[in-house]
Ligand binder design. Structure first.
Ligand code: ZN
Length: 379
């Protein structure tokens, strides 16, 4: 058996191999650590850019302690990122806004705490925040902004309305959102998108050409004046018929007195009342053309077959207690004149659908309040 003789390396060769191994270790260890740290951060849903910033800014272990955090993921990429504020950033709820880091820094600097900052940010757009950070510190801002529907851009109006009315904070925010701190027909908005939850009041109208979807003639048997054609949107009519039939089964006759009115019809109504009773009367009772719910095909004035004063009829009581089950609400209730902007109208009902109607009925809310709290999501 032949033995293969290994060739021994020269001394220089051996040194070279050792150097190579040391060099390899020097490269491999940091790379390994880097891969290890990156994968830990990746597991916490930090993105690539955030990970490289976290490692570069040497806040790896702090971020690891904090865990998954969308705010950190965003602010760590900015040049305004301040390592000393890391814990505070982590407590602020993330919002997708420009200048997030510098705005947070400025708000912290003004003295707002992290929960206040979360509220300020979440109720505002980038533009609103950019303007807000230039304002003086506002004490107890959470009193207003703790409501989901609060808007940071209205903060001065909330404060002023609270100062002058001493309403509850909930009402202050709701009423200012409706626009009640300003004269009627101020800052009016025109929205021609038909929907059963569209809002028409003294701040929200439709244009002259607006027409509801699927206007449908109310069958004569449901009309107070059988010689006059009345119309409702299809959805409202279906619900009205269902309601009228349910009432009939219990011995009540609910009739439609005045339903859909075009812009021109409303112009006529408004002018007639104006000529007869003057400006003060129309202000309370008649809507300006374009600001009448009757133009939406979702509203109607109801009547009873036997009584000329609806409020004194048994149908009035039945409607008051049952209309919500069919999606209708009394639009201008007694005691809510300051919110609706209209005198109490026992006969004017609005279709909003069963869910909204039920909530409004159970919580004693007008549609203006409901809209301000649950439908108007604009920041
Ligand atoms: Zn009416």
């Amino acid at each position: 058996m032949k033995k293969v003789k290994k060739k021994k390396l020269s001394k220089v060769g051996r040194i070279f191999v050792k150097l190579c191994i040391i060099l390899l270790i020097l490269i491999l260890i940091p790379t390994g650590i880097h891969i290890y740290k990156s994968s830990n951060l990746k597991k916490l849903n930090y993105d690539k850019e955030a990970i490289s910033n976290i490692l570069e800014k040497k806040v790896y272990s702090e971020v690891l302690d904090i865990g998954e955090n969308k705010t950190i993921n965003a602010v760590v990429k900015d040049k305004e990122f301040d390592k000393d504020l890391l814990e505070k950033y982590a407590k602020i709820t993330y919002v997708d806004q420009d200048h997030l880091t510098s705005n947070i820094n400025q708000l912290l600097d003004k003295g707002y705490n992290t929960s206040e900052i979360s509220l300020i940010l979440s109720h505002a757009t980038t533009e609103v925040i950019d303007a807000f950070v230039k304002k003086e510190y506002i004490e107890n801002i959470s009193n207003y902004l703790k409501f989901d529907y609060a808007k940071t851009r209205y903060i001065d109006r909330y404060i002023e309305y609270y100062r002058t009315t001493r309403e509850s904070y909930e009402n202050v925010v709701t009423f200012v959102n409706i626009g009640l701190d300003q004269e009627y027909y101020t800052d009016t908005k025109i929205n021609d998108k038909y929907s059963t939850d569209m809002l028409i009041n003294k701040y929200n109208g439709v244009s002259e050409n607006f027409e509801p979807d699927h206007l449908t003639k109310i069958p004569n048997e449901y009309c107070k004046d059988e010689t006059e054609d009345q119309y409702l949107s299809e959805e409202a009519l279906t619900a009205f018929e269902e309601m009228a039939e349910a009432a009939k089964a219990e011995g009540y006759t609910i009739l439609a007195n005045s339903a859909y009115r075009s812009y021109q019809d409303q112009e006529e109504v408004y002018q007639t009342y104006y000529d007869l009773y003057g400006e003060n009367y129309v202000k309370k009772y008649a809507a300006r053309p374009g600001y009448s719910e009757h133009q939406t095909g979702l509203s109607l004035d109801v009547a009873s077959a036997n009584s000329n004063i609806f409020e004194e009829s048994k149908e009035f009581t039945w409607m008051f207690e049952n209309a919500y089950k069919y999606g209708f609400v009394l639009r201008f209730p007694k005691g809510k004149e300051n919110i609706t902007g209209f005198q109490y109208e026992a006969w004017h009902y609005r279709y909003v659908g069963k869910d909204i109607a039920t909530y409004m009925y159970e919580n004693d809310l007008t549609f203006d309040e409901y809209y301000a709290r649950f439908i108007d999501t604009e920041k």
